[in-house]
Design a protein around this ligand. Structure first.
Ligand code: ADP
Ligand code: MG
Length: 404
């Protein structure tokens, strides 16, 4: 039985393990937190810091192949182990995609489309680079950002001075960032590519994503775009995966704009301009919808690659639309629950075909705690029932509080 090591024990690991088990594999998890969701599903777990080389060595020794579901594992700490065991995607793919400076540089050198950007390698360069780049821009830290953390919109010289004053307080820590042109975005989409080391390549259907407060809110499949736009997006995602040399899963996040302004590095299809935003070399939150919407889910595709099982083309299961909605800790908090979520509104929503809760112990605001999937004949019905279902969960306690 092949032993698959997973660095990181969050919900992506939890859902991957289910697919690994279904194919007869064994999962080994490495996560400092013994309460991490994925640890519920396997007795084979290592709980140590990411920097503990001896613990990492033991972990690698106990696996046949290793992947990661968490991008902030320091890639350099994995290099020595890659000589002994395959890491899929490789640590060099992780190195590029975990650092926005390396990522953007890769995208532009590979002549792939991205919004205009400038690189800041140290704090002392920031002011000059910002002025010559021009306002407004979004400043994004090179490392460690997620769900909109580590980024800020800077509209003017005044806001730049404010930002400099704030970040100057910590100027002893290395400061590396990219400045990015703020784009007038019409739609965000993602595309997951699965590649196996023996040459198989499959592209998932394009996913349409809506964000709220910089966090993914809902994903719709099929995306409401033309066939030619869908083909162009898949071609770019596939070229990026090949160019990066990525095996396993590579998710590419895209911005689509009808009004690109000065951003001249997009790929144009009709009135649309396509830009790569960023990559994730792992299963992606938007890809949760594939668990019900596609003949092969993102987790199954990755499990097959890791276990050496052939890949098949993921197709959409049925005509109509599927919508995935995230369940953040706020839903628990609005129910006044610190434990179980009351799912009783589900009986009023036959469009809800799946609910997945990750078993995280502490509901916190903005923390991803679960998701659900709706299915309906139209995109409007699928997204409408997703929003109404979440509202109903959130207001679950309203009738209980209402005077009799
Ligand atoms: P994260 O690592 O947090 O996902 P992203 O760079 O993907 O960081 O940014 C999160 C979200 O912020 C994006 O999905 C998009 O909605 C918005 N955003 C990021 N960069 C830009 C930009 N250059 N122009 C307009 N909106 C942006
Ligand atoms: Mg993103």
């Amino acid at each position: 039985m092949r032993r698959v090591g997973i660095l990181g024990g969050g919900q992506l690991g939890l859902l991957l393990i289910q697919s690994i088990h279904r194919l007869g594999g064994t999962a080994v998890v490495y996560d400092p937190d013994p309460d991490a969701p994925a640890c519920q599903l396997t007795p084979h777990a290592f709980h140590s810091e990411w920097t503990n080389a001896a613990a990492l060595e033991k972990f690698f020794k106990s696996c046949d192949v290793v992947t990661y579901e968490f991008e902030n594992v320091e890639s350099s700490s994995l290099f020595p182990f890659e000589k002994e065991k395959p890491i899929i995607p490789s640590s060099s793919v992780l190195k590029t995609t975990q650092d926005r400076i390396l990522e953007k540089t890769f995208i532009s050198e590979a002549k792939l489309p991205c919004v205009d950007f400038a690189v800041v390698n140290k704090y002392s360069e920031l002011e000059k680079t910002a002025r010559s780049f021009g306002f407004p821009f979004i400043i994004k830290t090179a490392r460690g950002g997620y769900d909109g953390k580590g980024q800020k919109l800077v509209n003017s010289e005044e806001e730049l001075q404010e930002f400099l004053a704030q970040s100057g307080k910590n100027s002893t820590t290395p400061f590396r960032a990219v400045l990015e042109r703020a784009l007038d975005i019409e739609m965000e989409v993602s595309c997951i590519v699965a590649r196996s080391p023996n040459g198989e390549e499959k592209c998932f259907p394009v996913l349409e994503n809506e964000h709220k407060d910089h966090i993914l809110d809902i994903t719709v499949i099929p995306a409401r775009i033309s066939a030619s736009l869908e083909t162009a997006i898949k071609d770019i995602a596939l070229s990026a995966a090949r160019e990066l040399g990525a095996y396993g899963l590579l998710t590419t996040e895209f911005f689509l704009s009808n009004n690109p302004g000065n951003n001249s590095h997009g790929v144009q299809v009709g009135s649309w301009h396509i830009y790569i935003n960023e990559f994730a070399p792992r299963p992606h939150n938007s890809g949760h919808v594939t668990m019900k919407a596609c003949t092969v889910s993102q987790f199954e595709a990755l499990a097959r690659i890791l276990l050496g099982v052939p890949l098949t083309q993921p197709h959409i299961v049925a005509p109509g639309y599927y919508c995935m909605g995230n369940l953040l800790g706020d839903v628990w908090l609005s129910q006044g629950s610190t434990g179980d979520l009351d799912l009783s509104p589900m009986c009023q929503f036959p469009e809800v075909i799946d609910v997945v809760l990750y078993g995280k112990k502490e509901p916190r605001s903005k923390r991803k705690m679960g998701h659900f999937i709706t299915y309906a004949n139209s995109a409007q019905a699928a997204t409408g029932s997703a929003h109404s279902f979440r509202e109903a969960l959130q207001h679950k306690n309203v009738s209980a509080l209402a005077p009799e």
